[in-house]
Design a protein around this ligand. Sequence first.
Ligand code: SAM
Ligand code: FES
Length: 355
Amino acid sequence: MDKLFSIIDSLSAGRTLTFEQFEHLAAHRSDEGARLLRERAAAVRDQIYGRDIFVRGLIEFSNVCRNDCLYCGIRRSDPSLQRYRLSETQIMDCVRSGYDLGFRTFVLQSGEDPSMDAGICDIVRQIKTEYPACAVTLSLGERDRGTYEAFHAAGADRYLLRHETATKEHYEKLHPAEMSFENRMRCLRDLRDLGFAVGAGFMVGAPYQTPADLARDFLFLQEFRPDMVGIGPFIPHKDTPFKDMPAGTLEDTLYCLSIIRLLLPDVLLPATTALGTIHPLGREMGFEHGANVIMPNLSPVTVRKQYQLYDGKICLNDDASQCSACLDLRLEKYGYRIVVDRGDRKRWKGGEDHV
Ligand code: SAM
Ligand code: FES
């Protein structure tokens, strides 16, 4: 049997692969192999989550960032970018309008801006008091353990921190010298220890990424077993050092989504905005390849243009209700249903194979 097919069989039967197998998978994608992966990934997703899509309301509350990641459109070394911080009242207004639209999870995301940490704890407490049935996810970057502890004590349930790459040398090509691979991994372990549901992830087609790097990303996911995995294509931003680097492709991103669904069958897997940016039907195709989460933007339309991590980001002019209505309609066409629910991870104990 073709080696690719036998690796795909091992992945769907055993849910674990070796470094060499992952590397082969990453380096030798074929149309037939990708189709088989897609069918199996969608089948296992259907078995665990059905056609329900979990929705999270994303509030990008500040684009102030102390970091200088070479790929990112809100990195600190861009003097031309107008910076903003939403007030607590503005953030709560986004939450309230999101709640009325049916959102039961709110993701508070920003650049790495620790000056807002105390305010964020207040907001988390406020959301949990007003809407005890809702989940709060934070995506604020790296902090010391004590700060993560304070976020958790305030009531935050989940934390998204992409590992970006599981290869130290690759990490160092994507980040300035003052950022460290070890610290990123320490953060992920602390978050897990403290009781957060943790999301890791990476950019597909990130500059300098090789099949071996991708294989280490999959191995890392296999070992760390995050609750969520956020992946999307790398897309260059015109004001960053990577402005001339090629974007990640639709095909590679969809392929990685299917691999991750098979590797971690019950994982929460978003079809990201970046995927919707490189192709008008990217998110819909993401669901056809095993994704089960979508994160529409609830940020005020007035600040959306200032939170462009990459060029061409979609939905810059649609307010929260327009985005929700648009997504409902689009997903319905493909037989999916957006659910009003916290959308927690379901624990899957295994079972029949999904061939
Ligand atoms: N500051 C928080 C953090 O570092 O986790 C949250 C915001 S950060 C901008 C969110 C994610 O955006 C990053 O983890 C990165 O993977 C992604 N991202 C940044 N620049 C991107 C680009 N040019 N193309 C695609 N994704 C990008
Ligand atoms: Fe935002 Fe369609 S998803 S306008």
